[in-house]
Design a protein around this ligand. Structure first.
Ligand code: KMT
Ligand code: NI
Length: 195
């Protein structure tokens, strides 16, 4: 599992790309992350090369059987690769800013990190930020309806495969979304009586 920790308060963040730990450091364990609804797999990102041109995904192009299995078990039918780096992503700074807006989605968010590293921040049941440091080989899912955000770390480089069901549309619903069905479902399953 990736390293994770409680973040300092947002008003203390000077640079979102730094670790921004609490002082003293407060570790978050794999068990803690599972309770938030996160799933994680360690993959071999070196021997696996995704056939970028073959989208929608042609099953015969998937050379990692564990990835094919995950895709099929969870019903994913489309994948793309995003490279987030100032030289690769047009409008890098604006996108980094947008990714860091607290939001939910109406589906699971699944990311397979093929190279580089970055931070996913997720809210815990006390509405505090947990920072998860994901890196090459990490495949992580965030459950539907969890409040989260993303930023590059200080390396300013991450390359990630994004899996989709059907069309590659990925709409963020910025907080507050307390009446959104996905939010309500998350609260019911993962937050009530777990504070
Ligand atoms: C997201 O949903 O914020 C992203 O896809 C960010 C890049 S994936 C590491
Ligand atoms: Ni998101």
């Amino acid at each position: 599992w990736p390293e994770a920790w409680m973040m300092c308060d947002d008003d203390k963040i000077e640079d979102q790309k730094k670790e921004n730990r609490q002082d003293p450091n407060a570790k978050i364990t794999a068990a803690d992350m599972r309770k938030l609804g996160i799933s994680f797999w360690k993959m071999d990102a070196d021997t696996f090369t995704y056939p970028v041109k073959a989208v929608p995904w042609d099953p015969k192009d998937a050379v990692d059987p564990r990835l094919s299995q995950l895709r099929d078990d969870r019903g994913y039918s489309y994948a793309d690769i995003i490279t987030i780096h100032p030289d690769h992503l047009p409008g890098f700074d604006a996108k980094i800013k947008a990714f860091f807006e607290e939001h939910i989605h109406d589906a699971e968010e699944i990311r397979y990190i093929l190279d580089g590293s970055g931070y996913f921040d997720v809210r815990d049941p006390n509405d505090k930020w947990v920072r998860v440091h994901i890196k090459k080989g990490d495949l992580m899912t965030l459950p539907e309806g969890i409040y989260h955000r993303f930023t590059c770390d200080e390396t300013d480089y991450i390359k990630a495969m994004r899996l989709f069901k059907g069309q590659p549309v990925w709409t963020p619903f910025n907080r507050p979304q307390e009446e959104h069905p996905s939010r309500k479902a998350y609260v019911t399953e993962f937050m009530e009586e777990k504070k």
